[in-house]
Design a protein around this ligand. Structure first.
Ligand code: SAM
Length: 360
């Protein structure tokens, strides 16, 4: 069997190589994998972390994804949409504190009132930062015309997860009518509109194997995305998948490890992209996000949503930081970065190196 060093040295990893890495469970071998991915990150991007201030602008959603805590059918969720002046105040704080970029995320809506709300927010953020603030949108599946409209209004990046490259698993976790093909069509639209394109998957879904995850990594590589934001699946009470993993507490450590292995594998196959260490990692262990950095991630997203709204945006059980202020979220992450022996880049947008190279 090829040694791990032999796999790391390959110019192009095959599905079976990735499946082998994703199935590792020996602590020494896992350390080898994380160290190899970390070395690639440091070589390409340095020991530098860029922050994105995450604003969860609305939890209204027209979709009914079976895993998600803000799905349309989740009746006990109190719905909110943050007024424009409050979103802009949060974005102004991000800009003044030198975080460099914001991410606007929400449930999915395609009505004109919402499209125009986002467009006005983009204009407002451009004005308050003299077009200096980097803006990522994570607002789900939209038409190409909408993506173009928001790009013209000032958005730079868009994150739309494919969730899983396995169409059968995709079908099992979504209602009929949603499919992988339309996600892929959206990602192609986003590319045509000139965005830095990001995607990602949920890791550790019911029925998902190491081979499936290896396929996810290869699909993201084939899509040649500029950014990846992925995280472990964590069941959410009162959703159809609430009990889908059995005793989840018994699986927390393994689920975290799987998330870290995925970060490492993505870094090995896509050395110069931006990879976020997601909040879901921190939900599984207090040091989850710094472990993500040491496995190859280079982006952290402090939540800067006003604490008044955070309870309404619980995608999964045990989401951390519900009572934290923006400053506390930012300071906690900055401390995690320092513990990982890295530094936060201030007053920089931190655009994807992959994207910049493609444009060169
Ligand atoms: N509506 C937009 C969309 O669908 O792209 C953005 C918001 S959506 C809540 C963002 C992501 O949350 C999804 O792509 C999904 O991967 C993740 N998510 C939802 N429920 C989750 C859960 N129970 N565990 C982990 N991640 C979850």
């Amino acid at each position: 069997m090829t040694t791990l060093e032999g796999i790391f040295a390959k110019p192009r990893l095959a599905q079976r190589d990735l499946a082998r890495l994703l199935a590792l469970d020996d602590p020494a071998e896992l350390q080898q994998l994380y160290a190899a991915a970390y070395a690639v990150k440091v070589r390409e991007l340095g020991k530098v972390v860029h922050l994105r201030g995450l604003i969860e602008v609305s939890n209204l959603c027209v979709r009914n994804c079976l895993y998600c805590g803000i799905r349309r059918g989740h009746a006990t969720v109190e719905r909110y949409t943050i007024p424009e002046d409050e979103v802009l105040a949060a974005a102004a704080w991000v800009w003044q504190e030198g975080l460099g970029s914001v991410v606007l995320q929400s449930g999915e809506r395609t009505d004109e009132a919402f499209l125009a709300y986002v467009e006005r927010l983009l204009g407002g953020m451009r004005d308050l930062s003299q077009a200096g603030l980097g803006v990522t949108l994570s607002l789900g599946e939209q038409t190409e015309a909408t993506y173009r409209r928001w790009r013209r209004a000032g958005a730079h990046r868009y994150l739309l997860r494919l969730e899983t490259a396995n169409p059968e698993i995709f079908a099992a976790i979504h209602p009929p009518g949603q499919n992988l093909a339309s996600r892929l069509a959206c990602l192609a639209s986003l590319r045509r509109c000139g965005y830095q394109v990001g995607t990602g998957v949920m890791i550790g879904l019911p029925g998902q194997t190491a081979r499936d995850l290896a396929r996810d990594v290869l699909m993201m590589r084939d899509l040649d995305v500029d950014m990846v934001g992925m995280g472990p699946f964590i069941p959410c009470a009162q959703t159809p998948l609430a009990d889908s993993l059995g005793d989840f507490d018994a699986r927390r450590a393994a689920q975290l490890e799987l998330g870290l292995k995925m970060i490492a594998c993505v870094r090995l196959v896509m050395p110069d992209i931006n990879i976020a260490a997601s909040t879901a990692l921190q939900a599984l262990a207090p040091d989850g996000r710094e472990r993500g950095l040491l496995a190859g991630a280079n982006i952290l997203m402090p939540n800067v949503t006003d604490p008044r709204y955070r309870r309404g945006y619980q995608l999964y059980d045990g989401k951390p930081g519900l009572d934290e202020t923006s400053r506390e979220s930012r300071d906690r992450l900055a401390a995690a970065v320092a513990r990982a022996g890295e530094r936060v880049a201030l007053a920089e947008r931190g655009d994807s190196l992959r994207f910049r190279r493609r444009g060169a």
